[in-house]
Design a binder for this molecule. Sequence first.
Ligand SMILES: *Cc1c(COP(=O)(O)O)cnc(C)c1O
Length: 394
Amino acid sequence: MIPSILPTYSRAPLSFEKGEGSWLVTQDGARYLDLGAGIAVNALGHAHPALVQALTEQANRLWHVSNLYQIPQQQALADRLVAATFADTVFFTNSGTEACELAVKMARKHFFDAGQPERVEIITFSGSFHGRSSAGIAAAGGEKLTKGFGPLLPGFVHLEFGDHDALHAAISERTAAIMIEPVQGEGGIRTVPDQCLKGLRDLCDQHGILLILDEVQCGVGRTGRLFAHEWAGITPDIMMVAKGIGGGFPLGAVLATEYAASGMTAGTHGSTYGGNPLGCAVGAAVMDIVDDPAFLAEVRTKAAGLRQRLEGLVAAHPEVFEEVRGTGLMLGLKCRVAPADVVRAGYAQHVLTVPAADNVVRLLPPLTITEDELAEAVARLDAAASALAAPEPA
Ligand SMILES: *Cc1c(COP(=O)(O)O)cnc(C)c1O
């Protein structure tokens, strides 16, 4: 019999009653150190006082009004994101994959209105992930995402990650945009080198096409900069954001330049909940904390320390781990064993990690995690690796 929850997830036998900072607590009081942070969503940990306050104050006043009206909280957050980034304009969504939908529509509409309606193709890369909507799975193209769900939305050109020759060959008079995650999350924490992001920017400029960055997982302070592309010193034309921007409240956004967004006039797109007062109040509280040079510097310092500890962990357990990869507090442990086994061994040590493709276990702790908690986390991962290497007790 089908379970009452559609069984699209194989869930761990863990259930949490509350969260406190970097910790999740079960009904019987067991405390788990959370290096998953809801897959990079709880950027400020669990129950951060500033976010609780922003949400409850707004909840006491007004939840929803519709985009038929002015929404001051939405205006404030949009102004804030525009001031902090390359963007001239913002559309709010409830999720990352909705941001992907708009990014695709926006790029195509831009060229349609520019008198180049044949420019509809968007180039994407193997191992990418852009969410589970029809456009999202068609964009990513991986068989695990798309099999059985055809006919897929046409107009995506899938290339091997890092194949520069194929990329040059793929650009044609039908190309509208290149879409890429600066650091692949689901794909196994694969960082696009700064030089390659610069090369992509140059290529887009040469051909007059748009660069769409998916910073749903790597954005909002995760890499130690407000957005990951800042490391490469480039800017996109369109950027997808979600996960961390809401700190746990469902919130996403598409940020764009005026040029890229030129086709998106009144009536061309919409969302019932997108940019509602609750989400935007929380988003502003997240930005208050993350968009601060001192906070981001601290993320970089903690990330460097964590990376060093993880290098030690890999060296101590060469039979379990192969290497450390990633940027900032978006790190991956490439495994020589099944990553699901490492994650499960972590549960036994009360430390939570997240599996990814390419045999990688992801570490995406709250950006607010302390140095002591990071030391504790790596000690627990060390115990998990030791247990994995040791023979099963009879
Ligand atoms: C999680 C994710 C998405 C999809 O976000 P949802 O909120 O689950 O729709 C898209 N792109 C990237 C890079 C992601 O990590």
